[in-house]
Ligand binder design. Structure first.
Ligand code: DGJ
Length: 725
């Protein structure tokens, strides 16, 4: 059993194959005992808990509890119970009372319940076991249930928190984080993924200092700027060595995550819905459940942490039937035509792409309403017949005739002022209680906290998706929230709007993905502005970034791979000079970068030279041959572009028989030194052979000595394919 309760010692032990997480009951409080490499043997709380009563530390209800919470590692710290550190929960009773949570019981069961209205990890009774620990504020009858689900084989624990108002009055939940973990030490670096539009998820590492080191989103989406992921790496930890404790949020809206170091050099790590502009009125009998946090501990650095996440996403987060299937190679017309296309142009593009092996064409923005630029028509999801006289159905049929799949772009959460929909329903716009509403990319946001709006979107998209043979949908979203209010919601609940919007979005996605299980959905938010586990639950791949420049993509895809697997990252070959950065890179390098994710094209193949077409044809054939290794194998990062002038990856099939090595030189210098790529994860004694480069070496030589490389040319890349012989 992966969860054990020792009644005598009052300890909960949560074990995965390689890790242990331990919680104890001290007095009436729940304390955090341990998180790390798996431990065995019996112990008591007193054996491992160094408690001293410190000056200035207060004690709550000395009659029943001899300890100061400020001096203890708390399992779920509540504001108002003598722990002035960053709390996980704050409840406003409106009468001056504070939440005082006492331990009142637990249950353990096999399997895991779905979180109501939210995406969450899933698994069978053999794969996951759940512990629910009940804490109660007896004065007010508020029950807080801490949920821990243990995926033993995966080395993953997930956490979420449920609040039940069993009292007789409304209560206001001002803050409810999903996970909080206290450590007795502070010698950590915090690693996070930061960026901007077209520069998403660059790796940032900072030493913790006294006080709070926090990342958050206040934009209504998980954001381009900061991804809902943090890791605390014990100082000295690297890609392959050392302790790393990490959290990733299964949520697509405003979040907060961070680590606070206190005056005793203790660290509190946390993650949850951002309390900024949030509160939730919980009436008697009602329940609020927080989104889930995925917690991964690695004793072998960041690389192992990433591989745990990658397996977990493939097995227990992405619910689409495509999550474990090889996906089609697509061409998207966006950078090829932007808004300037018609049926004839699209058919020509599709035919040419088909000739070189592409399997699907995706029609991007501009096919509906009067949309010829970004200034109008969002909301009017009917076809523009001057561009597509035979409608979507007519176009899809012609694509089908050339034996290609057809996909379509939508941006359903948005509305343009210049649209028929806005004329009919100006009150459906988020922010419409404000005197002025800001525009972002000329558009407003539909108020998804209003169920009528959600039903409208579901109906209009259901009509579209069933009107033609549509195999794929790209779901875009191109602005941040600013005026976060809703005409539909009562005035005293306006701070619920940002979360209710996300619940509305999840309701729409739940309904549509259930109704159209054969459609492959790809998420997008101006590129990677909503690249998170919440979206991946519904859509097994996401357009990683609007930047298609091969070199910038090395950084973006490297950072993204810290958490998210290669098969979740849309990666397309585009033209040079690149449309976003103006940089020119070779076709080989552009292909090699796209091979690291969900390979596709984003260029006008009609305008490609014969030489470029020949490279593309070979690249596509190669991807078809190798995609199972990239999409379902193990990924090792061998060299970081953030720490050097090059970037390298290794993918290895689960049976260890096929190894792909990618190396990219970003900048060279005169007389460069030799770089040695030390491969990882191979069979020591097996012999591996790369036929193209005629290299035959044992696993141990490839791992210990490595392959020598001379990075002699800017933007040059190479790929090696070793097979076990
Ligand atoms: C932003 C997306 O990221 C692009 O790929 C493209 O679909 C545009 N929107 C279309 O407006």
């Amino acid at each position: 059993m992966s969860i054990i309760y020792d009644d005598k010692e009052k300890i909960f032990l949560i074990n995965t194959i390689e890790t242990t997480y331990a919680i104890g009951i001290m007095g009436q409080y729940l304390v955090h005992l341990y998180w790390g490499k798996r431990i065995s043997g019996k112990f008591s709380i007193n054996d491992i808990m160094p408690y001293v009563s410190r000056p200035y530390a207060s004690i709550f209800r000395k009659d029943v509890n001899p300890y100061s919470n400020e001096c203890l590692p708390m399992e779920y710290p509540a504001f108002g119970s003598c722990d002035p550190r960053y709390p996980a929960i704050e409840i406003d009773y409106g009468d001056g009372n504070f939440l005082n949570l006492e331990y009142t019981g637990y249950i353990i069961y096999r399997g895991k319940h779905k979180i109501d209205s939210l995406p969450s990890s899933f698994g069978t009774e053999n794969e996951v076991t759940t512990l629910e620990i009940e804490l109660t504020d007896k004065t007010k009858n508020t029950q807080v249930v801490l949920m821990y689900s243990v995926f033993e084989e995966m080395n993953v624990i997930t956490r979420s928190v449920k609040i039940n108002n069993l009292g007789t009055e409304d209560i206001i939940v001002d803050k409810v984080l999903s996970a909080s973990v206290d450590f007795f030490e502070n010698d950590f670096q915090m690693i996070s993924l930061s960026g901007a539009w077209a520069r998403e998820r660059h790796i940032e590492k900072i030493d913790l200092h006294h006080g709070n080191t926090m990342i958050e989103s206040r934009r209504g989406a998980s954001s381009h700027q900061l991804n809902p992921f943090i890791a605390l790496a014990r100082k000295g930890a690297t890609e392959t060595y050392g302790d790393v404790f990490s959290m990733n949020f299964v949520y697509s809206g405003n979040f907060v995550a961070g680590a606070e170091v206190d005056h005793y050099q203790m660290t509190r790590m946390y993650m949850g819905i951002n309390p900024f502009n949030f509160s939730w009125k919980l009436s008697p009998g009602k329940v609020f459940q927080s989104p889930e946090v995925i917690m991964v501990y690695s004793d072998e650095g960041l690389g192992k942490m990433s591989r745990v996440y990658h397996d977990f996403f493939r097995e227990h987060i992405c619910k689409s039937k495509y999550s474990k299937k090889v996906r089609p190679i697509l061409i998207n017309n966006w950078e090829a035509t932007y808004y300037d296309f018609n049926e004839e142009k699209l058919i020509k593009l599709a035919k040419k792409a088909k000739e070189i092996g592409v399997e699907m064409i995706v029609l991007d923005d501009g096919w509906f309403g009067e949309r010829n630029d970004p200034s109008s028509s969002l909301g009017d999801w009917y076809v523009n017949k001057s561009k597509l006289p035979n409608g979507i159905d007519g176009l899809a049929k012609k694509i089908d005739e050339i034996d290609m799949k057809f996909g379509i772009w939508v941006e359903p959460e948005m509305i343009s002022e210049k649209s028929v929909l806005f004329g009919k329903h100006p009150d459906w716009v988020m922010g419409s209680c404000s005197e002025y509403i800001s525009e972002g990319r000329n558009q407003y946001i539909l108020d998804l906290s209003n169920p009528e709006v959600c039903e409208y979107i579901i109906d209009v998209l259901s009509d579209l998706f069933s009107s033609a043979k549509i195999s794929y949908v790209k779901w875009d979203m191109n602005r941040s929230m600013n005026e976060v209010n809703s005409r539909y919601i009562d005035n005293d609940r306006q701070k619920e709007v940002a979360h209710r919007y996300i619940l509305g979005l999840y309701y729409i996605l739940d309904t549509l993905t259930e109704r159209f299980p054969n459609i492959l959905f790809e998420g997008c938010a101006g590129g990677g502005g909503r690249f998170d586990a919440g979206m991946l639950y519904y859509m097994p791949q996401i357009w990683t970034s609007d930047c298609t420049d091969a070199i910038e993509r090395l950084y973006i895809q490297y950072g993204t791979s810290l958490v998210y697997p290669a098969l979740s990252m849309g990666a397309h070959v585009s033209v040079v000079p690149n449309h976003q950065l103006g940089r020119t890179t070779s076709i080989e390098t552009r292909i090699n970068v796209a091979l690291l994710g969900q390979f596709g094209l984003e260029l006008d193949v009609e305008k490609c030279s014969d030489e470029e077409l020949s490279h593309l044809r070979k690249g596509i054939a190669k991807y078809k041959e190798l995609r199972e290794i990239i999409q379902f194998g193990d990924m090792y990062r061998l060299c970081s572009p953030f720490d050097s002038n090059s970037a390298s990856w290794e993918f290895i099939s689960k049976d260890k028989k096929d190894i792909l090595v990618f190396n990219f030189c970003i900048f060279t210098n005169a007389n460069p030194k030799f770089s040695f790529l030390h491969l990882q994860g191979l069979e020591e004694d097996a012999i591996y052979y790369d036929e193209e480069h005629n290299i035959k070496l044992s696993g141990s030589v490839l791992m210990r000595n490595g392959i020598s490389l001379l990075n002699t040319e800017d933007y040059k890349s190479e790929m090696l394919h070793f097979k076990m012989i």
